[in-house]
Design a protein around this ligand. Structure first.
Ligand code: SAM
Length: 404
């Protein structure tokens, strides 16, 4: 319900009044419950201001005026729940988003990690909230280039995660529309992508560096022993207290002196004693302290213990993505196989055409030889009237058998 009878949802959206209080606590709760049941996502930790703008927009799209009516629609329609979740999660991303920031990352972080990697070491990177994968693939390209520059034998393993399973499926496929060419240099496009009918597919050698999985930053345990966490433009949608909890979780995920990269409007907040600023404008930090004491003192956050159900849910999600990856590899193999069969048929056709050309040539040769023989007979008769011709003309041979 919108509080204040003088406002419809759309009037409120168009006005300057703060939108969050316009939804009653009961409306908020009903919406949270609906979405929790639908997708298991607890949106009560997300900023109300951003959420209310998106909710009111959906109220308008549904042609409704009151939030109460929208709540009824939400309860009744899985399609609407799906659409609202999609709007609330905000998938926006692109390759090398904030190109200048990626330059800084390349020179100040990736170069350092590659330089200091021991021989055959695996550099582990975690990209939470990766959406459809563009950020993670961009980081992978920079690592590959850095490894090549110094001919390092180190390996890079990037785990990229997001709460949105459909976004993760797009990332797993690694197929993007043609417009990505605008965000990539021609060299990177050429080296890391192959052109397909309606876009570009990430090349296998780059794809192999990444593993995609569903992961909820609010509930799931962090990955560990990573050298770089890149979590950009996600914390901004969450309430401050939750941001701090997630930042503490990143500090736990990072190994000694690991790097943390946030979005341009995000920062380390009250965990500033755990991280040293490497680049203020582009929010790059380096871990300087273990986070354990923080749980006890600064943040007073107790370490989370994950129940067997949570672990099972996480493992299930992980398995589902692995199956999706296998399925995508199977499809790729199938389409390569179809291409091979088509190429073999093409070769067979060409061979048959060559065979028929050869047969025609053979016929022409036989005809020519007959004519030469006739001319030679004629010449002989003219030169030696009354003397019979003695057989084959020198230098003329019978055509050989036709070879298949
Ligand atoms: C605006 S996109 C950012 C994409 C990318 N990091 C970038 O900066 O280009 C925000 C992403 O955060 C994800 N997200 C939101 N809540 C999340 C959560 N609780 N756990 C994991 N990912 C979440 C959304 O699904 C969405 O893909």
């Amino acid at each position: 319900m919108i509080q204040g009878p003088e406002h419809t949802a759309q009037e409120a959206l168009a006005s300057e009044v703060p939108l969050a209080p316009l939804l009653s606590p009961a409306s908020w709760q009903a919406i949270f419950d609906c979405l929790l049941n639908e997708r298991g996502i607890d949106f009560s930790s997300y900023k109300r201001a951003t959420m209310s703008r998106r909710i009111l927009r959906r109220v308008g799209i549904a042609g409704l005026e009151q939030v109460d009516d929208y709540v009824c629609l939400l309860r009744a329609s899985a399609r609407e729940r799906h659409a609202l979740v999609r709007d609330l999660l905000v998938r926006v991303t692109q390759f090398f988003r904030d190109a200048e920031a990626f330059d800084v990352l390349e020179h100040e972080v990736i170069a350092d990690l590659v330089r200091s990697a021991c021989e055959r070491q695996t550099i582990r990177v975690w990209v939470p909230a990766c959406s459809t994968g563009e950020e993670a693939y961009s980081i992978a390209m920079l690592f590959q280039e850095a490894l090549d520059r110094v001919q390092s034998p180190a390996q890079v393993r990037i785990v990229a995660t997001d709460i949105d399973r459909q976004a993760i499926e797009v990332a797993v496929q690694g197929v993007y529309p043609e417009r990505i060419a605008e965000a990539l240099t021609p060299q990177r496009l050429q080296r890391f992508f192959c052109k397909e009918r309606n876009g570009y597919r990430v090349e296998r050698h780059l794809r192999k560096m990444l593993h995609f999985a569903p992961h909820n930053l609010l509930d799931d345990p962090p990955f560990t022993h990573v050298s770089l966490v890149s979590c950009r433009n996600c914390l901004i949608y969450l309430e401050t207290v939750v941001q701090q909890r997630i930042l503490a979780c990143f500090a736990n995920a990072l190994g000694r002196q690991g790097y943390l990269w946030l979005g341009p409007s995000e920062s380390c907040g009250s965990l500033s004693s755990v991280f040293r600023t490497v680049h203020a404008k582009w929010q790059i930090y380096r871990k300087v302290r273990a986070v354990k004491s923080l749980f006890d003192t600064e943040c007073n956050i107790t370490q989370r213990v994950y129940s067997p159900e949570q672990e099972l849910a996480y493992t299930k999600g992980y398995l589902r993505t692995t199956i999706a990856e296998l399925e995508s590899t199977r499809k790729q193999l199938q389409s390569s196989n179809e291409a091979l069969v088509a190429a073999r048929e093409e070769l067979q056709l060409t061979k048959e055409e060559l065979q028929s050309v050869y047969e025609e040539l053979h016929m022409v040769t036989v005809e020519s030889q007959k004519k030469i023989r006739a001319f030679s007979q004629l010449n002989h008769d003219i030169d030696n009237p009354g003397c019979p011709h003695e057989g084959k003309h020198e230098g003329i041979t019978e055509p050989g058998p036709i070879e298949g």
